[in-house]
Design a protein around this ligand. Sequence first.
Ligand SMILES: NC(=O)c1ccc[n+]([C@@H]2O[C@H](COP(=O)([O-])OP(=O)(O)OC[C@H]3O[C@@H](n4cnc5c(N)ncnc54)[C@H](OP(=O)(O)O)[C@@H]3O)[C@@H](O)[C@H]2O)c1
Length: 274
Amino acid sequence: MNNLEKENFLILGAGNMGICFVKALIQNRIKANRIKIIEKNPSLELMALKRKKKIEVFKDTKKVSTNINPSIVLLAVKPNQLSQALSSEFLKITKNSLIISIIAGKSLKELKKVTKNNNCVRAMTNTPASVGMGTSLVFYDRNTRQKNKRLSKNFLSLIGQVNETKSEKQMDIFTAIFGGGPAYIYLFIDVLTQISKKAKFKNSKNMVIQTFLGSLLLLLSEKEDPVNLKKKVTSKGGTTESALSILENNKGLNNLMQKALIKAEQRAKELNKI
Ligand SMILES: NC(=O)c1ccc[n+]([C@@H]2O[C@H](COP(=O)([O-])OP(=O)(O)OC[C@H]3O[C@@H](n4cnc5c(N)ncnc54)[C@H](OP(=O)(O)O)[C@@H]3O)[C@@H](O)[C@H]2O)c1
């Protein structure tokens, strides 16, 4: 039960991320006439959804019907596309809405200013949202009403797990670790696949994916710390210990990851200023 059945939704930007929310709303039995989308460049997937579910899609924020009265608005355009999207028509129809932004680098203060709406919340998520397994972080300021906290958490949990932060500064490091997280994991999968292919295994990619999936399921089922599970694989004087002695030598992998994430966090800070 998500308590969202009586809300009306407006999604601004149904690209990679916005469409995850559209699909999640439909899967959670929100009626199609409660979902409106503004998307200037609809993908084939969005067009198919529009046809099949009869969801209204507007091409431009200036062309939205004035009577749609959304209670929840998702901002999911690219950071540099926001100011152009905030037409006077859009500001008018969203003046009483709860506005949830997943736009990287737009501070809550700035969001309130540009949307001329104090009922804004700022969130960040990642691409596993498309399979309902996103990891999200949400930030409220002290003026956020309880009702809006509840609504935004319910909305974000449609696409996965929701965590709250009391410090907006954490958004940048969240973006570095968890926003980019899927890419680091895919990199690791790709590296292992390449090495496995070199060793002439025919089913390399599937074997690597199965190893990841199996390890994660084991981690969840055993409810054990990953460090303990790592120990269980590592017998004294064995092969895994030899490999780990390279990866962990002088905290090698740890330091490399730290370095990479510091750079990503710095980049997030730079992008905030653009
Ligand atoms: N991708 C991620 O991993 C991720 C994770 C968390 C948060 N985010 C944030 O989510 C936001 C969206 O990212 P995304 O990857 O989904 O971007 P995206 O695929 O480019 O989606 C944005 C969509 O909005 C459309 N659009 C832009 N301006 C518009 C306007 N004025 N009216 C109507 N539609 C408009 C774009 O059309 P065009 O194609 O014509 O530009 C595009 O289809 C970004 O701010 C990003 O920071 C992304």
